[in-house]
Design a protein. Structure first.
Length: 685
């Protein structure tokens, strides 16, 4: 509440000073009849600010989650720029603002046939500047605040600014504006640093900025953000309990540079507060303009009334837009926050109505973790590689029933998720499209799974034999085709939580990482073969892996795959590939064969598209060119990294190249995501 209050107070006093200087000069020079034009400019400027604010609120509410984060980041950056320029502008022009406005008034009114229009425009642009600055700042603050505190603070600041401005103009208050603007300027620079840090975090959550994400320290136990003091510090100065290198670096760099510039020697801040008409013997002798004919007072009064109506209408539209935006955000982004600690989640028991639900997963542990929703042994939705100190959003379309949730380490206790039925979920269940048309594609996909499962068992068995024989070089060579075979099954295999964790879990998901006895599967073999360059202790792990992939093949064939999940499992895996590997790191961190994994998943996408092509040709032929183009673009991108000896090592390609791969994977996922709605399967996952 304090931040928007002080900003609105400062901006309001700036605007009041401008209007007061103009009004007093008009009175001093015998032009008081022009005052209605001043109020027209003020009211129209206020209307513009309200309309812009309402429009931005309404537009941002329509964005999906990641675009919403991007919008918040951009608005925050704009607000930082405006706040900074506002502080230094007032510091620079404070001495001359009165004389500049006097000169502008003389120019607007002298010898012009359209004095009223000129005066209105002058006041309008002067006040609109302050109003639009305030709009962008408040939008950034409101997006980073919760509850009614920020709007109430802004309103109180505006009311007090109007009162202070009137008292200054009337001469009943003498305010040391030099000290006022100096100290509020320092406060605003600290606030701007916090907004910048939060904007950097928002850009990371939008997937735009993924560098320097190492968490420097964690104060979540000593000073959590949801504590009273933490909330105050977060709301006022952008406090983060677990800042990363990029967020804290942005905060400190901006603050140091801004404070150094602010403290540099400069002309003292001198604002004349003599806004009352000066005695005729002094002031009127200094300025003796030619008397102006009285403007048509009745027309001006009607114009003032009209501008008031416009401002009130703009206020009504702003209120309507903000309420509509709030309801849309409530409908689209009604997030349930789940915090992952080192050994548990909080809360660990959830209940939501059936349908679309959004979960914001906040990682307060010391490592990257995952969060899953499980239906028995099947993964309904998941998010991997949530960095320490940061959060990610999971959107799930849930059917009624009871689910389990996993939080972070595989040894952590599981939670529960109860999904209650709704009238809409009951109606959707009755309105499912005919499954007859999908029998053929699902049967062919089962055949594909059987073939790929056999290939996985064969290549993994060959890898085991090389390890048993003590041939390190041969085992390293055979690891690659075995891993590729698993990746071709990964979209379907990752539905089976227990087996997938045994086969595919990374070291991060175990308490003692690589040294944890529960760390087995492909990545344990990869660690021994490529990091330790040793076969010691790998024989039993390789044998366990053969048993697990054999069980995986059997369970994949035993589990039914609903038609609404055939495409969605591929889409989810492509997005995971882009988010986890291309954007923020490697999964194959010891062998660096991530590009092989991309290529294997692309092969699965090709297979699913071919299975669905006959149905799409009948129901959504226009969608196929988009899908084929995305497939070709992703394929072409990967081929650029393929040589005679296979794909390049992932640690040899640049950050920009990784981003290009991620963009192609996400573009393909977005194109495939249009299949289910086109075939009447939307909303059934």
């Amino acid at each position: 509440m304090l931040v928007p209050f002080l900003i609105m107070l400062r901006e309001g006093i700036e605007a009041a000073l401008i209007v007061g200087i103009i009004a007093s000069y008009l009175q001093q020079t015998g032009r008081g009849q022009w005052m209605p034009a001043v109020w027209i400019g003020v009211f129209l400027a206020a209307a513009l600010a309200l309309l812009v604010g309402g429009g931005l609120e309404l537009v941002s509410a329509e964005f999906p989650q990641k675009q919403q984060e991007l919008f918040e980041g951009i608005v925050g950056l704009v607000a930082v720029g405006i706040l900074s320029s506002m502080v230094f502008w007032m510091r620079k022009v404070a001495r001359s603002i009165k004389h500049s406005l006097h000169a502008s008034l003389d120019h607007a009114l002298a010898g012009s046939r359209h004095q009223v229009t000129a005066l209105i425009l002058m006041v309008f642009f002067a006040v609109a500047r302050e109003g639009l600055e305030t709009v962008f700042f408040l939008l950034a603050v409101f997006q980073q605040s919760e509850g009614p505190g920020a709007p109430i603070g802004a309103l109180l600041g505006l009311i007090l600014a109007i009162i202070v401005g009137f008292l200054i103009y009337s001469g009943s208050m003498r305010l040391n504006l030099g000290a006022f603007f100096r100290w509020t300027g320092l406060f605003i620079l600290v606030v701007a640093a916090g907004i910048l840090a939060n904007s950097v975090q928002a850009l990371h959550e939008a997937g735009v900025w993924n560098h320097l994400q190492t968490v420097l320290f964690d104060f979540s136990s000593a000073l959590p953000m949801d504590s009273p003091l933490g909330s105050v510090l977060a709301g006022m100065f952008g406090y983060q309990e677990a800042p990363t290198v990029s967020t804290l670096g942005a905060y400190l760099i901006y603050l140091v540079v801004a404070l150094v510039m602010f403290s540099c020697p400069h002309h003292p801040l001198r604002l004349s507060l003599n806004l009352l008409p000066l005695p005729a013997s002094k002031d009127r002798l200094l300025s003796s303009p030619t008397p102006q004919p009285a403007p048509p007072s009745r027309a001006l009064r009607w114009a003032v009334a009209g501008s008031v109506v416009v401002m009130i209408a703009a206020g009504g539209l702003f209120y309507y837009a903000s309420q509509l935006a709030a309801s849309k955000r409530q409908a689209n982004h009604n997030e349930i926050t789940v915090t992952i600690h080192d050994h548990a989640c909080e809360p660990n028991a959830l209940s939501v109505p059936a349908g679309r639900a959004s979960f914001r997963i906040v990682n307060r542990s010391d490592r990257a973790v995952e969060w899953e929703i499980l239906d028995g042994v099947l993964v309904v939705e998941e998010r991997e590689n949530i960095a320490p100190g940061l959060s990610q959003v999971i959107n799930a379309n849930l059917l009624p029933g009871d689910y389990a949730i996993t939080c972070g380490l595989l040894s952590n206790p599981r939670g529960t998720l109860h999904v209650t039925p709704t009238a809409e979920s009951d109606a959707q269940a009755k309105a499912k499209p005919s499954m007859v048309a999908f029998i053929g594609p699902l049967s062919e996909f089962r055949v594909y799974l059987s073939g790929q499962g056999s290939a996985l068992v064969k290549t993994t068995t060959a890898l085991q034999h090389a390890i048993d024989a003590g041939d390190l070089g041969q085992a390293q060579a055979l690891y690659v085709p075995a891993r590729e075979a698993y990746q071709r099954l990964a979209p379907a295999a990752q539905r089976l939580a227990e087996l997938d964790n045994a086969i595919n879990a990374r070291a991060d998901y175990f308490e003692h990482r690589e040294q944890d006895p529960a760390f087995i599967g492909f990545h344990r073999l990869e660690y021994g073969l490529f990091q330790q360059h040793s076969l010691d202790g790998l024989a039993p792990i390789a044998q366990r892996l053969v048993n697990d992939v054999t069980a995986l093949k059997q369970q994949l064939l035993a589990q039914s795959l609903p038609p609404e999940q055939l495409v969605s499992i591929v889409v989810r895996n492509l997005n995971s590939l882009a988010d986890v590997r291309a954007a923020s790191g490697e999964e194959e961190r010891y062998s660096h064969i991530d590009l092989n994994g991309f290529a294997a998943n692309l092969q699965v996408a090709h297979k699913v598209v071919e299975l669905m092509r006959p149905l799409l040709s009948k129901s959504a032929a226009g969608l196929l060119p988009t899908i084929d183009s995305a497939l070709a673009a992703f394929d072409s991108e990967l081929q650029g990294f393929k040589g005679d000896n296979g794909y390049a090592r992932y640690d040899s390609i640049t950050v920009d190249q990784r981003k290009q791969i991620a963009d192609k994977a996400k573009a393909l996922a977005a194109a495939l995501d249009g299949i289910d709605p086109a075939l009447g399967l939307s909303g059934l996952q």
